[in-house]
Design a protein around this ligand. Structure first.
Ligand SMILES: Nc1ncnc2c1ncn2[C@@H]1O[C@H](COP(=O)(O)OP(=O)(O)OP(=O)(O)O)[C@@H](O)[C@H]1O
Length: 461
C-alpha cells in the first residue's frame, strides 16, 4: 500500500476539521482510506460519524461508494451523511465520505469462542444477507468478509466498506485486472478467471451477486469453524500435478457442532454452481425462519466436533463389518500401548481440531492477504486435509529476464507490471508467502503474463 502520509492529517488530529467535520479520533486505515471519528463542527449536540478520507488523490472508488450508498437506506448498511474533498497544501484533492458511525466489534471478535450458538449465527447471517439483498438491487459489494462486518453487543450487524463495489455503468477503475476482493472469499468462478489470466488469456470478469453470496458462505464457514473453506479451483487451473483432484470441502459439521439447518445453508452458499447458492433474499428468509424455530439444537454453543473420525470414516473404506468384533480387542491393546508410550514422553501436546496453535493464522481476526491464507486455510485446502500440516516454501524468485513464452515489454493492456523486461500480473490483496509457482518480488506476488491468445471481453469493472 502506498499512502501519502505527509499529505494527510496527522494521526491524532484533534481540533482539526475536514470540510465541516471536526476530527475527534483516528480510527484505522485500510488499503484505500483512513477513517476518523468525527462530529459536525457547527451543529451541537449532534451525531458522531465516521469520516473515510482517501489515501490517494482523486480515488474513484469513493465516487462509486458514494453512488451506491446514496441509493441504500437499510438498517444493516451505514447511512451516507455527506461527501466532499479535502485539499492538501499542494492542491491535491482527496475525496472523503461521511458515514453513520457504527458501534461494535469486527465479526470474528464479536462472540467469545465457544459461546456462539447456531441461532445467533443464523440471525447474524440473515442480517448480512438482507444488507446484500438491498445492495444487489443496484450492484455488488465485492468485499464481503468478516472484517467488513461490525456487530453491536446486541447482535445488530452492519455491512461496511463499499469501496470495492461495482454497479452497471460504474466508471472503470484503472490499474487492476482482477476484481477487488480478499483471497479466501473469492468465488470458484473468479478463481477460474484468474487461472485464465495466468495462462496468458486476456479477459474481463463481471462480478455478480452470486460472488457476494459465495463470500457470505466463506464468512459463515469461518465464523462457525474458525477456518476458511479450501479454494474451489480445479486442479487443471493450478497446473499442479501434486493436486490430482479438487480440494474437498468438508461440511462445517465435520469441524464443529453446527445445527443441521445452518450446516446445509452454509454448504449451499458455497456451491460451485452460482445458481445453486440462492439469492440474498431467499437465504435471508430461510435463515430468519430457521432462527425462529424452536429446535433445541439451535441453542447449543458451537464447539469443536467431538472428533475427526467421523470424516475419516466417511472418506476411507473401512474393514468389513464382520471383522469389527475381532478388531476391537486388538485396538484396545494398541491404545493401551500408545498410552504407555505417550506417558513416557515429555509434555505431550494434544491436537485439538479447533484451536491447534500451529494451524492458527498469526492474527486470527484479520482478513485478507497472507493472513487469510494462514496455515489453517492451507491445511483445510489440501485434499482430505485434516489435522496439522507442515508448510513448505512455495513461491519462486523473480527471474532476471522474461521467462519462456512470457509477454515482453511494452506491457499492454493496463494492469500489467513490467519487471526485468517481462510483463507480470500482480496478485492484488495477496502478500507472500505466494502460491506455488507464483513469483515473489518486493513484498508482492506475481505471475507471468504469457504472450498467447485472447478471450472475449465482458463489461469493464
Ligand atoms: N461507519 C463506520 N463506523 C465505525 N467504524 C468504521 C466505519 N467504517 C469503517 N470503520 C472502521 O475503520 C477502520 C478502517 O476501515 P476501512 O474500511 O478503511 O479499512 P479496512 O476495512 O480495515 O481495510 P480494507 O478496506 O483494506 O479492507 C476499520 O477498523 C473499520 O472497522
Amino acid at each position: 500500500m502506498s499512502s501519502a502520509p505527509d499529505a494527510h492529517p496527522p494521526a491524532h488530529p484533534q481540533e482539526m476539521c475536514i470540510g465541516s467535520w471536526r476530527v475527534l479520533e483516528y480510527v484505522g486505515e485500510g488499503s484505500y482510506g483512513v477513517v476518523y471519528r468525527v462530529e459536525p463542527a457547527e451543529e451541537r449536540p449532534s451525531g458522531i460519524c465516521a469520516l473515510k478520507l482517501a489515501l490517494h488523490p482523486g480515488d474513484e472508488r469513493f465516487a462509486r461508494e458514494q453512488a451506491l450508498l446514496s441509493r441504500l437506506d437499510h438498517p444493516n448498511v451505514p447511512g451516507l451523511r455527506g461527501a466532499g474533498e479535502w485539499i492538501d497544501a499542494q492542491g491535491k484533492r482527496f475525496p472523503y465520505l461521511v458515514l453513520q458511525w457504527v458501534e461494535g466489534s469486527p465479526l470474528y471478535e464479536w462472540v467469545p469462542h465457544g459461546k456462539l450458538t447456531s441461532r445467533q449465527a443464523l440471525r447474524l447471517l440473515a442480517q448480512v444477507a438482507r444488507a446484500l439483498q438491498a445492495t444487489h438491487a443496484y450492484g455488488v459489494h465485492r468485499d464481503v468478509k468478516g472484517d467488513n462486518i461490525r456487530v453491536h453487543a446486541d447482535g445488530h450487524a452492519v455491512l461496511l466498506d463499499f469501496g470495492a463495489c461495482w454497479y452497471p455503468g460504474a466508471r472503470p477503475l484503472t490499474g487492476s485486472t482482477l476484481p477487488p476482493g480478499t483471497e479466501p472469499y473469492r468465488s470458484p468462478q473468479l478463481l477460474r478467471f484468474r487461472c485464465q489470466l495466468r495462462r496468458g488469456l486476456e479477459a474481463h470478469y463481471t462480478s455478480r451477486p452470486e460472488d457476494d453470496i459465495y463470500a457470505l458462505g466463506v464468512m459463515a464457514y469461518r465464523l462457525v469453524t474458525e477456518r476458511y473453506p479450501p479454494p474451489r479451483t480445479d486442479p487443471d487451473c493450478l497446473d499442479d500435478p501434486e493436486r490430482s483432484r479438487p480440494a474437498r470441502l468438508l461440511a462445517p459439521s465435520d469441524w464443529a457442532t453446527v445445527a443441521p439447518v445452518l450446516d446445509r445453508l452454509i454448504l449451499r452458499m458455497l456451491s460451485d454452481a452460482p445458481e445453486a447458492r440462492g439469492t440474498a433474499g431467499q437465504l435471508a428468509q430461510e435463515m430468519e425462519e430457521a432462527a425462529a424455530s424452536s429446535a433445541p439444537a439451535l441453542d447449543r454453543p458451537i464447539a469443536p466436533a467431538p472428533c475427526q473420525l467421523k470424516t475419516e470414516r466417511a472418506s476411507r473404506p473401512g474393514p468389513p463389518r464382520e471383522w469389527t468384533p475381532l478388531l476391537r480387542p486388538l485396538l484396545l491393546v494398541a491404545l493401551l500401548g500408545m498410552g504407555v508410550v505417550l506417558a513416557s514422553r515429555p509434555s505431550p501436546r494434544l491436537v485439538a481440531p479447533f484451536h491447534e496453535p500451529s494451524e492458527e493464522p498469526p492474527e486470527t481476526s484479520r482478513d485478507g492477504g497472507s493472513v487469510a491464507l494462514g496455515s489453517a486455510a492451507i491445511a483445510s485446502a489440501l485434499p482430505g486435509g485434516v489435522g496439522p500440516v507442515e508448510l513448505r516454501a512455495v513461491s519462486l524468485d523473480m527471474p532476471s529476464g522474461p521467462i519462456k513464452g512470457q509477454k515482453r515489454a511494452p506491457c499492454e493492456p493496463r494492469g500489467l507490471v513490467e519487471i526485468n523486461g517481462g510483463c507480470w500480473i500482480r496478485a492484488e490483496d495477496f502478500k507472500p508467502p505466494c502460491e506455488k509457482d507464483w513469483y515473489e518480488w518486493k513484498g508482492s506476488c506475481y505471475w507471468p503474463q504469457m504472450a498467447r491468445g485472447r478471450l472475449p471481453t465482458s463489461d469493464e469493472q
